[in-house]
Write a protein that binds this ligand. Structure first.
Ligand code: GLP
Length: 238
């Protein structure tokens, strides 16, 4: 089942939080995959302000980072640093389980994350952004629906986006949860804002279901919620 929610840009963070709370209402101790990037910043800021007012308690959540760059663990552009800035400012936010890109054995590191998620019973919620090429986490176009946690080479498009922060140190690879972990979540929430995402959002929702647009495979999930601002939704058929 796919649910598409379109809101004015000013309401984007609030609408993302509403979808998240709805999906997580079942239990206090949900497992949730968390994205980085520009898209979730409004959501995390909204969570920080609602939690500060005492109206949000996520202390029982078990959060997992959905991906990480293959660079220095404490590089200012790493996802680990992103969570320090944007997630840890939410009052009561539990620590995010992170990838270690400096682990000596990356296969073992991927296995560690896979086993941690499996042991938690899988993800209840996969909260996702979408890349300009349709990637989710670092599952680049061509990723198999059954792909699992692994090291991946980044596409040129992803490296180009990353260059804005990483500059000359832009990583060539990353670590990511696979489409298997993400799209087998009980609820998949994909967020997109801004006109730059309008084309890829339309391809993912209205185009064919294809590995060339990994986000289009979310249609196979039990429940997928798209939260879009009006600009990101502007090329949809409906
Ligand atoms: C990045 C990340 C994704 C993220 C996406 C969109 O490369 N690997 O997890 O969702 O691209 O980023 P943004 O929200 O900045 O557009």
């Amino acid at each position: 089942m796919t649910d598409i929610r379109i809101v004015p840009a000013a309401d984007f963070g609030g609408a993302c939080l509403e979808a998240l709370q709805e999906a997580g209402a079942r239990s206090r101790s949900i497992t949730v995959g968390l994205p980085t990037g520009s898209t979730p910043i409004a959501l995390y800021a909204e969570m920080a302000s609602v939690a500060a007012a005492g109206n949000l308690d996520i202390s029982g959540w078990r959060p997992f980072a959905i991906d990480e760059y293959g660079g220095a663990r404490l590089h200012p552009c790493s996802n680990r640093r992103f969570f320090e800035r944007h997630w840890e400012s939410i009052s009561g936010a539990p620590e995010v389980e992170q990838f270690d890109p400096e682990a000596p054995d990356l296969e073992a590191e991927a296995r560690r994350m896979r086993e941690a998620i499996d042991a938690a019973g899988g993800l209840d919620i996969a909260l996702l952004g979408i890349g300009l090429n349709g990637h989710v986490a670092f599952n680049e176009p061509g990723s198999a629906a059954g792909s699992t946690v692994r090291r991946v080479d980044l596409s040129e498009a992803s490296r180009e986006s990353a260059r804005a922060c990483w500059g000359d140190e832009t990583p060539a690879w990353g670590l990511t949860l696979g489409l298997r972990e993400l799209f087998s979540a009980e609820t998949v929430i994909i967020m997109a804002h801004g006109a730059a995402k309008a084309d890829i959002v339309a391809r993912a929702i209205d185009g064919p279901e294809t590995v060339h647009v990994p986000a289009s495979l979310s249609r196979r999930s039990a429940r997928a919620i798209w939260v879009l601002d009006e600009a990101a939704a502007s090329r949809l058929k409906r």
